[in-house]
Design a protein around this ligand. Structure first.
Ligand code: 8Y7
Length: 286
């Protein structure tokens, strides 16, 4: 029998502001978008109320972490000022923080990070891996919050125009290693950091699939992996399904990423993912 390398983070605790998250159990991060295009009702109060209700629903479904974001990363989505983004997420963060689970802020803007950390947010989830001016200092000086560093090639508006890599897994691993080292050198302890290959961020279908097939190569980075496949277009390319019909493909992709060592999966469909992971666990597969 060949010995498989232990998945990075399999025995690790992710230290965050108010929670030490035991990653011996695979964790499900539920997605909460507070953007006008993600809720039908236009008004800001109605939008916040709907997002808070969504947080409650995801927790009932078994989410372990809530990831709350106020700016869409969709190509072509309008950009939002830090003040506008904060106005959207602030009431939702406050409500979520009273629900007893770790809360993550999905932002790349240091002003939004700072205000979120000031109200007690546990985790900063940054698709730009703390590369925006001021972002790294904000997280480093906080001293306690968790952080997810994600790989992206280019910027959201144009990242899908012509993604290009010599070896996508090599380049993603090198980028994540570099960011991990810079963030650690700034004073963020290794046990606060998780890494994410950034499925769909400046990547073709083949690039995303290479990252799934060869995901185990990212274990050498010695940080827990967080992976988000939920409803993404590569699943549409594989199955021919529109975004509204990608539940089963999303669950299958989440399980595949867990099989290859992911310890946190970022998903829209929490109940289905939690059920699938329960069976996976009962079968002794994780
Ligand atoms: C990811 C993410 C998005 C992801 C992490 C979507 C904010 C696009 N995707 N954050 N954010 N990882 N860490 O389809 O894959 O949810 S937005």
């Amino acid at each position: 029998m060949t010995l498989q390398a232990l998945p990075a983070g399999a025995t690790r605790v992710w230290q965050t502001t108010g929670h030490a998250i035991d990653l011996q159990q695979v964790r499900v991060m539920g997605i909460v978008n507070v953007t006008p295009d993600s809720f039908s009702d236009g008004g800001q109060h109605a939008q916040a109320a709907a997002a808070v209700a969504h947080c409650e629903a995801l927790l009932k479904e078994g989410a372990h972490i809530l990831d709350i974001g106020g700016e869409s990363t969709r190509p072509g989505a309008p950009s939002v000022s830090a003040d506008e983004e904060w106005a959207r997420v602030a009431p939702v963060l406050s409500a979520a923080l009273s629900m007893g689970v770790p809360v993550s802020i999905d932002t790349w803007k240091p002003e939004v990070m700072q205000r979120a950390l000031d109200v007690g947010v546990d985790i900063v989830n940054d698709v730009r891996a703390l590369q925006a001016p001021g972002a790294l200092a904000t997280v480093a000086t906080h001293g306690r919050c968790g952080v997810c560093l994600m790989h992206m090639q280019g910027m959201p508006a144009t990242m899908q125009v012509a993604p290009n890599y010599a070896d996508v897994v090599d380049e993603v691993a090198n980028f994540l290693r570099g960011r991990r080292d810079v963030v650690e050198a700034a004073g963020v302890a290794r046990d606060r950091i998780v890494l994410d290959p950034g499925i769909g961020f400046g990547k073709t279908v083949d690039h995303n699939l290479a990252l799934l097939q060869q995901q185990a190569r990212l274990h050498e980075l010695d940080c827990p992996l967080l992976v988000g496949w939920s409803r993404k277009s590569t699943l549409g390319a594989i199955t021919g399904r529109p975004v509204s019909e990608r539940l089963v493909p999303s669950v299958a992709a989440a399980l595949a990423s867990v099989h290859r060592g992911a310890r946190i999966v970022r998903v829209h469909d929490v109940a289905a993912t939690v059920d699938a992971l329960a069976v996976w666990r009962a079968a002794g597969l994780v």
